[in-house]
Design a binder for this molecule. Structure first.
Ligand code: ZN
Length: 162
């Protein structure tokens, strides 16, 4: 466990020093704003889908280290993937962060499992999930999403009614 914790800290630090895909796309096809009032996280996400593939993605905003690292890593992982694959990752990441995913079962999270420890930190779960929930909102053309709204990522089924 010590190694996992150390890796987690290194990843958080690295992505905060050098956030990947930082910025706003001028030619975005999808965008959303995500809010987590409990922590004060506020991010803007822009996505350019070409033939249903994430061609480019950018994020910007004010957030804590966990949220920023999660957003930064998310952008690197979903870039080049289809919307369907990205949505699957949203679901898996959410299940992992809330402790519902058994990591011994097959999944597609890869190095994102570094965030699995947040399931033991209830106050940080929403920080880690916010970028993913915002990505889901952007795909669904929901321009503003909040962890405290009716579509709370902790309660609302992702892609359930869509
Ligand atoms: Zn936060």
């Amino acid at each position: 466990m010590a190694d996992t914790k150390q890796l987690y800290q290194e990843v958080i630090l690295d992505h905060n020093r050098k956030p990947r895909n930082w910025g706003t796309l001028a030619d975005a096809t999808h965008k959303a704003e995500g809010l987590n009032p409990l922590c004060g996280d506020h991010i803007h996400l822009t996505v350019k889908l070409t033939d249903d593939v994430v061609d480019a993605i950018g994020f910007q905003g004010e957030s804590c280290a966990i949220c920023k690292a999660s957003a930064s890593m998310m952008t690197t992982v979903v870039k080049g993937r289809t919307r369907g694959d990205a949505e699957q990752l949203v679901q898996e990441f959410r299940d992992m962060a809330t402790g519902k995913l058994d990591l011994r079962q097959p999944h597609h999270l890869g190095r994102l499992t570094v965030f699995s420890g947040v399931r033991d930190l209830p106050t940080r779960v929403k920080c880690a999930i916010l970028p993913w929930h915002t990505l889901h909102a952007a795909f669904d053309s929901i321009e503003t999403t909040s962890t405290e709204a009716e579509d709370d990522p902790m309660h609302a089924p992702i892609g359930g009614s869509a």
